[in-house]
Design a protein around this ligand. Structure first.
Ligand SMILES: [Zn+2]
Length: 280
């Protein structure tokens, strides 16, 4: 009698576990966010929040000198302002992805606004936006994503690309420290997050991008010959993208904290932003 009950419970439990596992795996495949790649020895450097009239040309010079191709995720508003920089990046073989129109934090805006942000950026980037397998690539501002924004990206035909390596370059870290961090963390298949521009920040001193550019130069001087660098679309085509369910924490106090921080952000011109109007 007891044995029967135990067996029954076990069967029920294992069926549920298998079901959960199956749905999680399925969700990861369909709405997972690419964090890195398997089955490759190459590394992807990615640069967000540009283009910037001073920093981006200097970075393009360095990349050209080292014959390294990377992926840019420009903000639509800046891409529209400096189209010649997007044109130059694309002509040099770099890949161009979508990083929204004006760097809104997607979990805090409506679904309609999320789609408008992606479409407006795509419009500014056309015809340079990449389409591996007919799909475009999108990086959510701040890496903040909820299920609704992930589904909206999917609806518009985008793969979402995050990262698995960074050197906190959105702060005013010095170049030596950042280069060291990158050297220690980079592995085959890594996606590295960097910034050639800055849309907003908490401190004015974080807007300076020279240390990041110097760190990239140091990294390429030290590792350039030994590492193979590919763009995200090339890696999607040539290797196995690894996906995670990558979402902003749902706990209300955490969301409130994030909203408070976002609302303290200022643009380089000193203009304050109101980002986060809505909280679920
Ligand atoms: Zn960004």
């Amino acid at each position: 009698m007891l044995r029967e009950t135990v067996e029954k419970r076990w069967r029920k439990f294992s069926r549920k576990a298998i079901r959960t596992l199956f749905y999680n795996r399925l969700a990861q495949k369909v709405t997972g966010t690419i964090t890195h790649f398997a089955g490759t020895d190459a590394v992807a450097l990615t640069f967000d929040d540009g283009p910037h009239p001073e920093y981006t040309p200097r970075l393009l010079d360095i990349l050209e000198r080292h014959q390294v191709r990377v992926t840019f995720f420009p903000v639509g508003e800046f891409a529209q302002k400096y189209p010649e920089l997007i044109r130059r990046a694309a002509a040099n073989g770099h890949a161009i992805g979508n990083h929204s129109w004006n760097h809104a934090a997607f979990p805090f805006i409506s679904g309609r606004e999320q789609r408008e942000q992606i479409r407006a950026c795509a419009h500014a980037l056309a015809p340079y936006e990449q389409r591996p397998y007919g799909q475009r690539i999108f990086r959510p501002p701040y890496g903040y994503q909820n299920v609704a924004s992930r589904l909206n990206a999917l609806w518009l035909g985008y793969q979402v690309v995050a990262w698995n390596v960074h050197a906190e370059d959105w702060f005013d870290r010095d170049a030596d420290w950042m280069a060291e961090q990158l050297m220690q963390q980079i592995r085959p298949g890594s996606i590295v997050l960097l910034h050639d521009g800055v849309f907003d920040g908490l401190q004015e001193r974080f807007f300076d991008r020279w240390q990041t550019i110097k760190a990239v130069e140091m990294l390429l001087e030290r590792l350039g010959g030994r590492l193979r660098f590919l763009t995200i679309p090339e890696l999607i085509r040539e290797s196995r993208p690894q996906r995670e369910n990558w979402y902003i924490p749902l706990a209300n106090d955490k969301l409130k904290r994030i909203r408070k921080t976002l609302n303290r952000m200022k643009r380089p011109e000193g203009e304050a932003r109101v980002y986060a109007k809505y909280v679920a």
